[in-house]
Write a protein that binds this ligand. Structure first.
Ligand code: DC
Length: 226
């Protein structure tokens, strides 16, 4: 049986990381974990428990006092539960998107989620996507992919995703949110988004989903063969 490796996929918001990670995990029969969903779940918890001020600022002190009340479970690779409630769809709203990058700057939140992610991946056979997977969560991952795409393509993809779910949102607002999140994700003090020195870059701007998957499968085949 071929060796089961750890695959880390990082990159900016809406560049196709999760879609690729999901397809790759399915093709390899690996576990897929979308680590961004875990940060979104904590953001959802903040909304649910009124830990956000009127100016849309997360009350860090209160959130830290509540951290041990946050129990996350991921089932069948794709469903996320917060304290027993299935919040898989609820974490994809613009309200959550607007505060999640703030939540992801908080060190105590990151410590909690990174420990969970490392426990999920301890036996290998996992594809995890996020911002710090190749740099912090699995620095020894056998395969690290850093995904990029043009801002225009990322905006169009995220807009289509939201529209398909019935969200009414202007293209400019989607673009603004993506750029704001990129800025916060890349400049925060704690585990900022950056390409691991041993990551290989995949620009998805002009590639179909199938082409991206084939590219990644070739990278895996090369590694597993060596
Ligand atoms: O991938 P996403 O857009 O669902 O991620 C939501 C937010 O969580 C995003 O602002 C970056 C943050 N995030 C992070 O800081 N570290 C990760 N490993 C995954 C996501």
């Amino acid at each position: 049986m071929p060796k089961k490796i750890t695959i880390a996929i990082d990159g900016h918001a809406a560049c196709g990381k999760s879609t690729l990670a999901k397809a790759l995990a399915s093709a390899l029969n690996y576990t897929f974990i979308d680590s961004g969903a875990m940060y979104r779940a904590v953001a959802y918890f903040c909304l649910q428990n009124h830990l956000i001020t009127e100016d849309n600022v997360v009350n860090i002190e209160q959130l830290e006092n509540h951290l041990d009340k946050i129990h996350l479970e991921i089932k069948a690779s794709q469903l996320i539960f917060l304290n027993g409630q299935n919040i898989t769809d609820a974490i994809r709203t613009p309200r959550v998107a607007n505060i999640v990058s703030q939540v992801a700057t908080i060190k105590s939140v990151r410590n909690k989620l990174v420990a969970l992610q490392q426990a999920m991946g301890k036996s290998g056979g996992i594809v995890m996507d996020g911002r710090d997977i190749g740099t912090v969560v699995f620095p020894n991952a056998e395969l690290k992919i850093f995904v990029t795409a043009s801002t225009e393509v990322r905006t169009a993809r995220r807009l289509a995703e939201l529209q398909a779910k019935g969200e009414q949102i202007a293209q400019d607002d989607v673009k603004k949110n993506l750029l704001q999140r990129d800025q916060l994700d890349s400049t925060r003090a704690e585990s900022p988004l950056k390409q691991a020195s041993d990551a290989i870059v995949l620009d998805t701007t002009e590639l179909s989903r199938e082409e991206q998957l084939q590219w990644a499968l070739e990278a895996v085949a090369l590694l597993v063969a060596n």
